[in-house]
Write a protein that binds this ligand. Structure first.
Ligand code: TPP
Ligand code: MG
Length: 682
C-alpha cells in the first residue's frame, strides 16, 4: 500500500467518523461511538470489497450491505452520502440526485428527514432493510442469501451468471445475543450459505457496560458448531487484515462466514473510549473539537475533505458501474436466448404477477361436512404454484399440518437451492425474518406455523408491516378449535394482537371459497403483509347460490345472508369458523320470524379500507342490535358492536378436550347466538 493510498484511506475513515460525531451532536441524540469504531470496516467493505453501483442502488445483482446494529445508523448514512448513492423514484429508477446530501445528514433524527434514528427500508436509498431491533438484520440477511441462491438456481444459465451477489452484515454484541440471530445462523449453517458474511463488532460493551455482565460464551466456538467459517481480526483499524478476512469469505464455498473484529467503542475520540458518553449520547462540542484537532482537521461541522467522495467514485463507483454495465449487457443477451425467464425476472423485480396466475384456482361446491380452511388453503396454494413460479415458502416444521407443501416443487436445501419448499426447522422467529429477506428480493414468499406461535415471530411480522413487504403468513390451528392439544396450543388473544399491527391484513376466511379469495388478496398485495388465519377443523362449505358470493371476502366484510325485507332488526357478525354458527343461528331466527342479517367479516382491515357508503350498506348505523361471534377475545370488536352489542367469544384460555366440547363449555354455540340476538331485540 502506498503512502498516498494510506492517507486517502485514513482521510475517508476519519470523514465517516467526523460526520457521525457531528450529526449525533446536532441531533443531540444517537450513538456516535460505534460508527466511529466501525468506520474502517464499513470503509473496507464499501471502497474495496462490495460490488455495488451507487448510481443504481436497486440493481438486482448488487452486493447487499446490512447494518444490523441499526443504532449505529450514522455509519450507513455517512457511507451513503460519501459513496454518492443515488436517490430513487417510486419505480426504483435513479433521480440523478444524491440519496443523502450534507443537509440530510444535518437533519439526522429530525421529523420528516431522510436520516431517521434507525435505518428504514424504502425511506432512504441505500438502506436494504429496516434495522434497529437487534438481531433482525442478521436474520434478514439469511433470507437475502436464500433468495440469491434460489434466483441463481432458477435463472443462471451456462455463461449467464445473472445472480452471484453476496451479503455483508455488520453486527454487534446485541445482535449475537439475540435468539433470532442464532436461529438464523443455525439455518444458514445448515443450508451452507456461502454468500453471507457477518462482521461482528466484538467490542465487549453494551449499554449497561462490559459484556462480561451478561455474555461470556465463546462466540467463535458457537458459530463453528453452527457450521460457519470463523476468522478473526484483532484490530478494526487493520485494513489489510480485514481485507484478507473478506477475501477468505469470498473464496469459501463451505458455508457462511463470521469475521470477529475487535474494536474499541468511540475509537478516535481521545477521552471517551469505552464510556457511556461515547455509547448512547453525543460526545460534546469539546470532545469533538479535540478529536478533530487530533485528525489535523479544521474545526468545521460536516466537513468533507477534498478527495474523499472522489475516492469512493474511483473505487466502489467505478467497480460497481463496470459490473452493472456488464450485467446489463449479459441480461440483454439472456433476453434473446431465454425470453420467458427474462420475462419472469422483469415481473419479479416489478412486483407483478405472471399472466394467468389465477387461472386454475378452485371453486368448492357446497358441502355440509365441508373442509378445514387449512385444507382449502393447501389446495389453493397448489393451484397457484404452477402458475406463479416464484411463489416460494415453507413452515417451521409444520408443513403437513399447515398444508403448505407444494407438490412437485422440490425442497430447498444445502444440496439443491432450486426447490420451492423451504424447511425452516422449528425457528419461527428466524423464519419470518428470513421471509422478510426473501420478500426484499421480490420473491412471493409465505411462511407458516400454528397461529398460537405467531407470538414467537411477532417482532419480524411487525417489521414486515413497517417495511411494507407483502410476506404471507399462513397460520393454521386458529382457535380453541384445535381441541385436544389444549390451552398452550389454542390461540385466544392472537387475532386481536395481529389486528393490532398497523398495515398487516388479517384474514380469517369462513369457508373454503372465502379461503380462495383470501389467497387472492394475499398474492395480489403489493405493500402489505397478509396473515391468513385458518382452521384445523372442518367447516361447512356454504352454498353460494343461497348465500352471497365469496368474492365479498376482498372487501373484508359483506352481507352473506339478509332479512327478506333487506331491513334487518339484528345483525350477526362472524369470522372464520364461527361463520357457520352465525348462519345456523340466522336460519333459526328467520324460522322464528326474526329479521336477521349475517355479515361475514373475514378481515377488519380490508373492511376499513372500503368507503363509508359501502360500510354503511353492510352495517347500517341505525341497526344497533348486533351480535359478534368469534373464538377470540372481544378487544377490537367494540368498533362493530358498539356499547350495546353482545360478543360471544373467549375471555379465558381454552382447555384440552375434543374441540366441540370446548366450544360448548365456553358457550360459543348456535344456541348462544340465537339467544343473544333475541335478547338484543327484547
Ligand atoms: C431487540 C433490541 N433490544 C434492545 C435494544 C436497545 N439497544 C440499542 S443498542 C443496545 C446495545 C448495544 O450494545 P451492542 O449491541 O454491543 O452495540 P454497541 O454498543 O457495541 O455498538 C441496546 C440494548 C434494541 N435496539 N433492540
Ligand atoms: Mg458491543
Amino acid at each position: 500500500m502506498s503512502t498516498a493510498t494510506e492517507s486517502i484511506d485514513q482521510l475517508a475513515i476519519n470523514t465517516i467518523r467526523t460526520l457521525s460525531m457531528d450529526a449525533v451532536q446536532a441531533a443531540n441524540s444517537g450513538h456516535p461511538g460505534t460508527p466511529m469504531a466501525l468506520a474502517p470496516i464499513a470503509y473496507e467493505v464499501w471502497a474495496n470489497q462490495m460490488t455495488y453501483d451507487p448510481a443504481a442502488p436497486l440493481w438486482p445483482n448488487r452486493d447487499r450491505y446490512v447494518l444490523s446494529c441499526g443504532h449505529a445508523s450514522m455509519l450507513i448514512y455517512s457511507m451513503i452520502h460519501l459513496a454518492g448513492v443515488h436517490e430513487v423514484d417510486a419505480s426504483g429508477k435513479s433521480t440523478g440526485k444524491k440519496s443523502l446530501t450534507v443537509d440530510d445528514l444535518k437533519q439526522f433524527r429530525q421529523f420528516g428527514s431522510k436520516t431517521p434514528g434507525h435505518p428504514e427500508y424504502k425511506h432512504t436509498a441505500g438502506v436494504e432493510t429496516t434495522t434497529g431491533p437487534l438481531g433482525q438484520g442478521c436474520a434478514n440477511s439469511v433470507g437475502m442469501a436464500m433468495a440469491q441462491k434460489w434466483l441463481a438456481s432458477r435463472y443462471n444459465k451456462d455463461g449467464f451468471d445473472l445472480f452471484d451477489y453476496k451479503i455483508y452484515v455488520q453486527c454487534s454484541d446485541g445482535d449475537l445475543m439475540e435468539g433470532v440471530a442464532c436461529e438464523a445462523a443455525s439455518l444458514a449453517g445448515h443450508l451452507k450459505l456461502d454468500n453471507v458474511c457477518w462482521i461482528y463488532d466484538d467490542n465487549e460493551i453494551t449499554i449497561e457496560g462490559d459484556t462480561s455482565l451478561a455474555f461470556s460464551e465463546d462466540v467463535a466456538k458457537r458459530f463453528e458448531g453452527l457450521g460457519w467459517t470463523v476468522c478473526r481480526v484483532d484490530d478494526a483499524n487493520d485494513l489489510s487484515a480485514l481485507s484478507k478476512a473478506i477475501e477468505l469469505f469470498k473464496q469459501d464455498t463451505h458455508g457462511p462466514t463470521l469475521i470477529i473484529v475487535k474494536s474499541v467503542i468511540g475509537f478516535g475520540a481521545p477521552n471517551k473510549a469505552g464510556t457511556h458518553g461515547a455509547h448512547g449520547a453525543p460526545l460534546g462540542e469539546e470532545e469533538i473539537a479535540g478529536t478533530k484537532k487530533n485528525y489535523g482537521w479544521p474545526n468545521e461541522k460536516f466537513y468533507v475533505p477534498d478527495g474523499v467522495e472522489e475516492h469512493f467514485t474511483a473505487t466502489l463507483g467505478a467497480r460497481g458501474a463496470e459490473a452493472r454495465e456488464k450485467w446489463e449487457a449479459l441480461l440483454a443477451d439472456y433476453r434473446k436466448q431465454y425470453a420467458d425467464l427474462a420475462g419472469e425476472l422483469d415481473a419479479i423485480l416489478a412486483g407483478e404477477l405472471p399472466a394467468g396466475w389465477d387461472k386454475d384456482l378452485p371453486v368448492f361446491p357446497a358441502d355440509e361436512k365441508g373442509m378445514a380452511t387449512r385444507s382449502s388453503s393447501g389446495k389453493t396454494l397448489n393451484a397457484l404454484a404452477p402458475n406463479l413460479p416464484w411463489l416460494i415458502g415453507g413452515s417451521a416444521d409444520l408443513a403437513p399440518s399447515n398444508n403448505t407443501n407444494l407438490t412437485d416443487a422440490g425442497d430447498f436445501g444445502p444440496k439443491s437451492y432450486a426447490g420451492r419448499n423451504l424447511h425452516f426447522g422449528i425457528r419461527e422467529h428466524a423464519m419470518a425474518a428470513a421471509g422478510n429477506g426473501m420478500a426484499l428480493a421480490g420473491l412471493r414468499t409465505y411462511v407458516a406455523t400454528f397461529f398460537v406461535f405467531s407470538d414467537y415471530l411477532r417482532p419480524s411480522m411487525r417489521l414486515s408491516s413497517i417495511m411494507g413487504l407483502p410476506l404471507v403468513y399462513v397460520f393454521t390451528h386458529d382457535s380453541i378449535g384445535v381441541g385436544e392439544d389444549g390451552p398452550t396450543h389454542q390461540p385466544v388473544e392472537q387475532l386481536s394482537a395481529a389486528r393490532g399491527i398497523p398495515h398487516l391484513i388479517v384474514l380469517r376466511p369462513g369457508d373454503a371459497n372465502e379461503c380462495v379469495e383470501a389467497w387472492k388478496v394475499a398474492v395480489t398485495s403489493k405493500t402489505q403483509p397478509v396473515a391468513l388465519v385458518l382452521t384445523r377443523q372442518n367447516l361447512p362449505t356454504l352454498c353460494r347460490e343461497k348465500f352471497a358470493p365469496a368474492a365479498g371476502t376482498a372487501k373484508g366484510g359483506y352481507v352473506l345472508a339478509d332479512a327478506k325485507s333487506g331491513k334487518p332488526d339484528v345483525i350477526l357478525i362472524a369470522t372464520g369458523s364461527e361463520l357457520s354458527l352465525a348462519v345456523e343461528a340466522y336460519e333459526q331466527l328467520t324460522a322464528d320470524g326474526v329479521a336477521a342479517r349475517v355479515v361475514s367479516m373475514p378481515s377488519f382491515e380490508l373492511f376499513e379500507q372500503q368507503d363509508a357508503a359501502y360500510r354503511e350498506s353492510v352495517l347500517p348505523a341505525a341497526v344497533k342490535n348486533r351480535v359478534g361471534v368469534e373464538a377470540g377475545i372481544r378487544q377490537g370488536w367494540d368498533r362493530y358492536l358498539g356499547f350495546e352489542g353482545t360478543f360471544i367469544g373467549m375471555n379465558d384460555f381454552g382447555a384440552s378436550a375434543p374441540y366441540s366440547l370446548v366450544y360448548e363449555d365456553r358457550g360459543i354455540t348456535t344456541a348462544a347466538v340465537v339467544e343473544a340476538a333475541k335478547n338484543q331485540l327484547a
